[in-house]
Structure formats: structure tokens, C-alpha cells
Design a protein around this ligand. Structure first.
Ligand code: FE2
Length: 134
């Protein structure tokens, strides 16, 4: 979460986005996986919806970005959701900044290439590339 937050803040500063956007993207990065705090294996796949619903109750303005992060063919679309997914796929499980290919290899090692997790990540990378998020 810290790695994704730093990645987003770095991007926001590099793009000279307004300070409020920098702060909001940093906070979104920090909070995006908060759902894990309320779950245990094997329910980790629910962390997006559980985290999003928790933040919605707190009136967090970007709860939908948390709720829908990592979702393929997502019905909800926003710039911050694209940026969050882009950042999430460029920071590995240890917080290192990596390429899409390295991130997918990392996911494959932990979940296998036949897993839904891996295949969703692969599809999400294709969607993000098509939108210009390299
Ligand atoms: Fe996540």
C-alpha cells in the first residue's frame, strides 16, 4: 500500500498535478487494500468490495476506486481508478517498482498462470495499455 501510494505521489508531482490531487492520490494508494484488514484467507479476493464498503461508510470520496480496483471490464470508470490500477500493476508485492511484465511474473509465481487472479491481472494490463497507461 505504501509502495502504491509513493508511486502515485511521484506520478502526480511529476505531472505537476494540483497539490490536492497529489494528496488524494497518495491517500488512495495508502487505503486501496484496507479491506485485507477485515479478512483472512481464503476470503482475500473480497478485499476490494469489503474495503470499498468500509470507506463508503466513512464518506470517503474515492470509495468506488477502492471497491472496483483490479476489476476487468469494470462498469465504473474514473481517472483515479485507472491511475490506481496502473500503479498497482507497477508495484510488486514487496513494494518495488516493476514493469507490467515483471508484475505479472510476480503474480504468476504466487498464484500460477491458470489462476483467475493472474488472468484478471493480464486482462487489466491489456485494458490499461489500450488506454495509454504504460
Ligand atoms: Fe488490492
Amino acid at each position: 500500500m505504501f509502495g502504491v501510494a509513493e508511486f502515485l505521489r511521484h506520478y502526480a508531482q511529476e505531472q505537476k498535478l494540483p497539490q490536492q490531487d497529489c494528496d488524494e492520490l497518495y491517500t488512495l494508494g495508502l487505503l486501496h487494500d484496507i479491506g485485507y484488514a477485515f479478512l483472512e484467507e481464503p476470503d482475500y479476493h473480497q478485499h476490494e468490495t469489503v474495503g470499498g464498503e468500509f470507506l463508503k461508510k466513512q464518506n470517503y470520496p474515492y470509495w468506488q476506486e477502492v471497491y472496483y480496483h483490479g476489476v476487468v471490464n469494470c462498469p465504473y470508470q474514473s481517472r483515479f481508478l485507472n491511475l490506481l490500477n496502473w500503479a498497482d500493476l507497477h508495484v510488486d508485492s514487496k513494494g518495488n517498482v516493476v514493469s507490467y511484465e515483471e508484475r505479472l511474473a510476480d503474480i504468476a509465481r504466487r498464484h500460477q498462470t491458470s489462476s483467475l487472479t493472474f488472468n484478471h491481472a493480464k486482462q487489466l494490463v491489456a485494458e490499461l495499455k489500450a488506454k495509454g497507461y504504460e
